[in-house]
Design a protein. Sequence first.
Length: 197
Amino acid sequence: MTVKLIGISENILRIKELINQVAGTGLNVVVCGETGVGKEVVVQSLYLKSIRSNKPFVKVNCAALPDTLLESEMFGYEKGAFTGAERRKRGKFEQAHGGVLFLDENRDMSLPLQSKLLHVLQGGDLTPLGSEKKVSTDTWVIAATNHELEHDMQNGEFREDLYYRLSTIKIFIQPLRNRPEDIPHLIEHYIKEYTTM
């Protein structure tokens, strides 16, 4: 995995500074910004600069799955937990143990699933579907969203306690239209990348 955060704008320079300050802390981070601004690049940069960079990096696209599937995907399940569960499956939290779990578009979780996520973040353990045994997990959670979570929180669509638990550090990426000084550097980067392939 190689990623590069490109730009000289005040916003990008501040983000690079934050990455350097935060990567070694393990504090939960929310990366915010419009679709396409490079949130995943920031998340991967945090991971690569952290002491967890030799551990798993696991991504969950919260917007791509219905809630019931997302829950089993994140927390795993035991054999026989539901129809079709023919074997035990480790969830993404277990798979990311020691490393980073990237929750992409975390705002798309329902309130009940947000509550379960909060429980894991608070206690560091989870219970797979159909199991009575708790599983401990040491996972650095980094979330990303194109929503204004403060607004959603005020509207009752996002849990306030989860918001404060997730966004210990908040990194906001401005859209490119607000940082035109980065455009020549991006052009130069992509010209080099695609002419050397």
